[in-house]
Write a protein that binds this ligand. Structure first.
Ligand code: PGA
Length: 303
């Protein structure tokens, strides 16, 4: 690992551009001996000459030329980072987030923290189901989406940031309550309330049972997680829902999670935008916030 300082790089950059110690010194408001000293130390660190003096003229060695390219890149990156911080500090602007309905159970908590950190950001949150959200993504109607894994081949940039567990939900007086390791085949005797076509929860559930070659009896179809929760409590059937949606009911003892083999179904939440979309500074900050902090703030809701 090279031991270089940014200061040495800045001095070297100035000398390489001016090809003169005195003009570099002037540009940097340093004395000429100070510039020579920095270059000497730099050459010692890298272990080879970067400049050579022929007569009165200074030239870059071959390594010096290569290194100058690296220096320019590094210094440019630093300038970009500075600009980025400046923008964040005064950061304002609109951020349109669309989430699938199941993600609406934890997204507001994340947005609340994000808005505390970036008070000038004006965030709007749209809640819809997976199918509609995919259409909105295709129409470029938002900055960022939160959803289950998006389909391949749609030119989307999707990064997983949080675990999502789907569990079998029952009323507390269900005959299977308290049983352990219930075989999946036993589920064939139950009726399941299902989310509407186009729901990510529904797709995940259907795919899971198809893989396990189990046929479920499905009862009434309902278009919200809330309706399914109410119907399960009322004894209309069992539900398969994300644990994010039922934490309050589980805590209050109004619903329970059945301990069935191979459950919970493990999925992930993804932050999604169109590939190649130019993210605004606020959108970029939001994405980084989700990747870095969501897990610590909301976790994956345990049963
Ligand atoms: P949904 O999506 O709210 O449309 O069911 C959830 C998911 O994609 O996991």
């Amino acid at each position: 690992m090279l031991h270089l300082t940014l200061r040495q790089m800045k001095v070297f950059d100035a000398v390489a551009r001016h090809l003169s110690y005195s003009r570099a010194a002037e540009a940097l408001y340093l004395s000429q001996p100070a510039v020579s000293m920095q270059i000497k130390q730099l050459e010692e660190s890298v272990g080879m000459p970067l400049l050579e003096q022929l007569g009165k003229k200074i030239f870059l060695t071959e390594a010096g030329r290569e290194f100058h390219n690296h220096c320019r890149n590094i210094l440019q990156q630093l300038t970009d980072a500075e600009a980025m911080f400046a923008e964040f500090k005064g950061m304002s602007g609109r951020l349109v987030i669309c989430v699938v309905s199941t993600a609406s159970y934890f997204s507001p908590q994340l947005l609340a923290e994000f808005c505390r950190r970036y008070p000038k950001a004006q965030v709007s949150l749209n809640v819809t189901n997976r199918e509609i959200l995919l259409q909105q993504l295709a129409n470029n109607e938002m900055d960022m989406a939160i959803m289950g894994r998006p389909p391949e081949g749609l030119d989307l940039d999707a990064t997983a940031f949080l675990e999502n567990r789907l569990a079998i939900i029952a009323p507390p007086n269900h005959p299977l309550a308290g049983e352990h390791n219930i075989p999946m085949s036993r589920l064939a005797e139950e009726t399941f309330l299902v989310r509407e076509q186009g729901s990510g929860t529904r797709i995940a559930m259907e795919r899971f049972f198809a893989e396990k070659a189990i046929r479920l009896t499905t009862g009434t179809e309902m278009s919200t997680n809330e309706a399914i929760k109410q119907a399960v409590q009322a004894g209309m059937g069992l539900g398969i829902l994300s644990l994010h949606t039922v934490s309050l009911e589980l805590e209050a003892g109004r619903l329970i999670v059945l301990d069935v083999q191979n459950f919970p179904i493990l999925r992930n939440w993804y932050v999604v935008h169109r590939k190649g979309k130019r993210l605004t500074a606020v959108a970029q900050a939001f994405k980084e916030f989700l990747l870095g902090e969501a897990d610590g703030l909301v976790g994956s809701a345990a049963a």
